[in-house]
Design a binder for this molecule. Structure first.
Ligand SMILES: [Zn+2]
Length: 322
C-alpha cells in the first residue's frame, strides 16, 4: 500500500491527513491557522501536524511517497510557490519547497478549490467521469475543472474561476473588483443579501420568525422559509436558483463536462436545489439536453475532498520532475 500526505490550508484551520492509494483517509488532524501569522510559523505548524500523524501511524517520511497541499489564492504549482493569497496575507511564499526540506519527501502545491475539485472528481461524486466541473457554494464560489482525471489549472494557474464570471453586467460589486460576478449572487453571502433585502420589503414574511436581524440570516434561512410555505422566501429561492442556473448554463455551454457537481453549504439542500436547477439548465443549454448530457449532482466528500485531492496531487506528481 502506498501512502500520501494531504494538507488543506485554510484561513481558519490547517487540516492534515494520511491517505492511502485507494483514496481513503487513514488518520487526520486539524489545528487552527491562527492568522495573521508569518508563513514560516504556519509552515512550522503544518510540519508539526504531519510529524504528529506519521508518529501516530508509526511511519517515517520514507514510508510516504509524497505530499500535496491546497492553499487559498494564486499559486505557481510548478515551483510550489504561493504567489499571492489575500486570505492568508501572503506573497511569494515557497511553501512546497519549505515542506519538502522539513519533512524529507516531495511536496506539490495547488489552489485549494482545485485540490478539492481533484478529490471530488477522482474519489467522490464524479469518480469515473471523463470530465467534471466542481463548484463550491460557500462564503464565495470556488470551482475546479478536471478533464481526463487531470486538473485544468490554466497557463499560469489561475483558470477555472467561474465564480468571477459576470452574469449581471453592472450588477453587485464583487470581492474581485468587478461587478455582477456569479459569486456575488450564487454564494451564501449573495443569498444572505437577497434574503435580507426581501425581508426588509415584506414585514409580514414568515422569514421574520426565522431571523430577526441581518446577522441572524444565513444560507439556509430562505430555504427554511420556503419549506414553511412563505411566498417571499419561495421567491428568494427561485431568484437564487435562476442566478445559479445562469452560471451553470455558461459552464455547460463552454465545457460540457460529463458531471457538474455542487458542493458547499448551500448544496446541502440537495434535491430541493438540484431539481429546479436541472430544469432551468436543461431548458436553456445550447443544443438542448440531448441523449448524452451533463449530469448535475451533489458533492459527496465534503471537507475531505480537499485532503484527498491534495493526496491525489502528490500521487500524480510523485516521481515526475518538477
Ligand atoms: Zn468577482
Amino acid at each position: 500500500m502506498k501512502r500520501y500526505i494531504g494538507v488543506d490550508l485554510g484561513g481558519t484551520n490547517i487540516k492534515v491527513a494520511l491517505v492511502d492509494d485507494g483514496h481513503q483517509i487513514l488518520i487526520e488532524k486539524s489545528r487552527p491557522t491562527l492568522l495573521p501569522r508569518p508563513a514560516e510559523d504556519v509552515c512550522a505548524d503544518i510540519v508539526a501536524a504531519i510529524r504528529d500523524i506519521l508518529s501516530q501511524a508509526k511511519l517515517t517520511a520514507k514510508d510516504v511517497c509524497g505530499g500535496g497541499i491546497g492553499c487559498p489564492g494564486t499559486v505557481d504549482g510548478k515551483r510550489g510557490v504561493v504567489s499571492y493569497s489575500n486570505n492568508l496575507a501572503w506573497r511569494d511564499v515557497d511553501l512546497a519547497p519549505m515542506l519538502e526540506r522539513a519533512i524529507g519527501c516531495p511536496f506539490y502545491l495547488e489552489n485549494d478549490a482545485n485540490t478539492a475539485a481533484l478529490g471530488e472528481a477522482r474519489a467522490g461524486s464524479a469518480k469515473g467521469a471523463e470530465s467534471a466541473v466542481i463548484v463550491t457554494l460557500g462564503t464565495g464560489v470556488g470551482s475546479g475543472i478536471v478533464i481526463g482525471g487531470r486538473l485544468h489549472a490554466g497557463y499560469s494557474g489561475t483558470a477555472s474561476e467561474f465564480g468571477h464570471m459576470v452574469i449581471v453586467r453592472g450588477g453587485e460589486r464583487c470581492t474581485c473588483g468587478r461587478e455582477g460576478c456569479l459569486e456575488s449572487y450564487a454564494s451564501a453571502t449573495g443569498l444572505i443579501r437577497m434574503t435580507w433585502e426581501a425581508m426588509r420589503k415584506n414585514a409580514n414574511s414568515r422569514l421574520w420568525t426565522l431571523a430577526s436581524s441581518r446577522e441572524e440570516v444565513n444560507g439556509r434561512t430562505a430555504f427554511e422559509g420556503a419549506r414553511l410555505g412563505d411566498e417571499t422566501a419561495r421567491r428568494v429561492v427561485d431568484l437564487y436558483i435562476d442566478y445559479l442556473a445562469c452560471g451553470a448554463i455558461n459552464i455547460v455551454n463552454a465545457l460540457q463536462p460529463e458531471i457538474l457537481s455542487l458542493g458547499g453549504g448551500i448544496a446541502k439542500e440537495g434535491e430541493t436545489l438540484l431539481r429546479p436547477l436541472r430544469e432551468k439548465v436543461y431548458a436553456e443549454i445550447f443544443g438542448g439536453r440531448g441523449r448524452r448530457y451533463t449530469r448535475i449532482e451533489q458533492c459527496t466528500l465534503g471537507y475531505k475532498a480537499g485532503l484527498i485531492g491534495a493526496a491525489i496531487l502528490a500521487e500524480d506528481n510523485a516521481g515526475a520532475s518538477r
